[in-house]
Design a protein around this ligand. Structure first.
Ligand SMILES: [Fe+2]
Length: 150
């Protein structure tokens, strides 16, 4: 296992998670009306999840002798719920990709492979949930029906 490459990949993941944290947190705050009732808990909880993922991999970066990234990726601002969900799906798909790349770098280290397989499972669950939300919204004819899609 090339520690320097693993540190870089984990730091890429941390930047993504910190950006996701801020983006989900912002979406939770700016939602209004009935959309707020349905979706605020989802965005708040997912923001907390992103922070826990960032912390988990920051701890590993330090364990490997590196310095954890503290620069979040830029967030995409919007007040449109469907756009929020599409932006979220994009972030979660990238998370799956980054953790899958990290898994390949950790070949031979059972503990790190196990950690990353669990992480990929979590992120894949998020992708699938967002795909299901969006499928329902699209089937119902767009944003007008989004507030009832949860
Ligand atoms: Fe995550």
């Amino acid at each position: 296992m090339d520690k320097a490459k693993v540190i870089d990949k984990f730091n890429e993941a941390i930047g993504l998670e910190l950006g996701a944290l801020l983006q989900y947190n912002q979406y939770a705050h700016v939602l209004l009306g009935t959309e707020r009732i349905v979706w605020e808990p989802f965005f708040s909880e997912t923001a907390d999840e992103a922070l826990s993922h960032a912390r988990k991999f920051a701890a590993k970066v330090v364990a490997l002798g590196g310095t954890p990234n503290c620069e979040p990726e830029p967030i995409k601002q919007t007040t449109d719920l469907v756009q929020m969900l599409e932006n979220s799906l994009e972030v979660e798909r990238r998370a799956v990709q980054i953790y899958t790349e990290a898994l390949a770098l950790c070949e031979g280290n059972a503990a790190y492979c196990n950690l990353l397989e669990d992480q990929i499972e979590d992120e894949t669950d998020d992708v699938e949930e967002l795909e299901k939300f969006l499928r329902k919204i699209q089937a119902a004819g767009g944003q007008q029906s989004a507030s009832a899609a949860g």
